[in-house]
Design a protein around this ligand. Sequence first.
Ligand code: 6PG
Length: 503
Amino acid sequence: PLCQIGLIGLGVMGKSLGLNLADNGYKVAAFDLDTDKVQGILSQDEIERGNQDARIIGCSSFEDMLSQLEKPYLIILSIPAGKPVDIVCAKLLEHGISQDDIVVDTGNSLWTDTVEREKQYNGKFIFFSCAVSGGEVGARFGPSLMPSGDQAGWARLEPVLEAISAKVDPKSGLPLVNNEPGNPVKEGEPCAAYIGPTGAGHYVKMVHNGIEYADMQLICEAYQSLRTALNLTPKEIAAIFREWNKGPLNSYLIEISAEVLDQDDPITGKPIVDVILDVAGQKGTGLWTAMGSLEIGSPAMAVTASVYARCLSSLKDNRIKASGILKGPAVKTVPESEKQAYIQRVHDALYCSKICAYAQGFELMKTAGEQQGWDLDFAAIAKIWRAGCIIRAVFLQSITDAFNKDKALANLLMDDYFAGQIEKFQENWREAIVDGVRLGVAMPCFTSSLSYYDSYRSETTAANLLQGQRDFFGSHTFERVDEPRGQFYHINWSAERDIVRLK
Ligand code: 6PG
């Protein structure tokens, strides 16, 4: 019998997606240039399917894979972003894929590449994109999916993507998880929604990753502050995070941070976090988000701060040298009687900063969406992030509610609920930052989030002085508060200091 889906790329994500598709009743023709990887998915299928027939067919070439497929073809790519996508598309064209066939790119592709590819392959085959979040386990048992592109492609893909995606209990908004092979969750709301025209899905996934960077960095700053000020062990901080996970900070990232802090190194027996080298890796999606936000002038300072924090971490050799030269304040640990209050302040700082990071991410998507004509549905985007993806959190339900109340909400900070939350906790947020600054704990993401909040809520900023400076040294002109926008003035700073009204 023919297979319904061709799968190219059987790395960690591809293999998991293939098994997930098989669990959901799709017969998969799987191909990878690395024959060990083909063997890997076949062996796993054999273990998991019990005495049922093989659900996955291993293929030895593009040709072999296509010969196993029903027409029109539905081919899913799980290959590294960039050149490999073009190479594989070219190969598929060489082997005769045509107009009605769909090729779905599930990698972390740069959204502008996706837009270009759709143009390039238009009329040759349907190039569709479906960004995937959730790592290996998500891909295996239910990821969050951000599909975009051709409507005809979506019509065909919708049942497949909804079947394999994570599901949420519509009543509680909580993930419905089953990490048992062969037993996918069928009920609940699927974490897959059509995002928009080509490029939109990859853009939204890029911002998801930018928010992921910020969220991770914020948790790291909370950890660092607790560790420095309270002299706690990683295990004690893990216990604090587990407590936090019962409240509004409940999220996958808090949960796994507790797991990491609780783990000992199997070799030395020390806490693993003390053995892991403090040099952060990055594959680029956070940087893309930061660059994109700068390019379109939509401030996403929590993202840029977290990308810079990773860059700074990688200057390890310089930091080692500098630590012997540059002095910070004397660190006085907080007395026992004040510990609980300190922990609460850090909790509230994390929560308020997190609201800012998400507010920035959503405003960025709004600005980009308007520029690109995407008409993004933010309630739906927050909804599909409630389960399956790396930033899944209880908090996302409140974001969905905010956009359901006001589809055109300019910024999450202006939603009644979030505005109220920050009002309630901001005193502690500010105190936690003061505490950290006094102790010399670097908190780039906490502090930039607070500055963002304080700038965003200000009717007037110091940009009036800045415009004065620009006009002074470069005759760059300025607008006046008592005139309509668009009418420019200049002062003759070096002469009479009279004012010139420009035409
Ligand atoms: C996800 C993750 C995933 C990947 C990150 C890691 O949503 O499943 O975001 O896409 O793990 O790209 O990114 P860095 O290597 O840049 O931290």
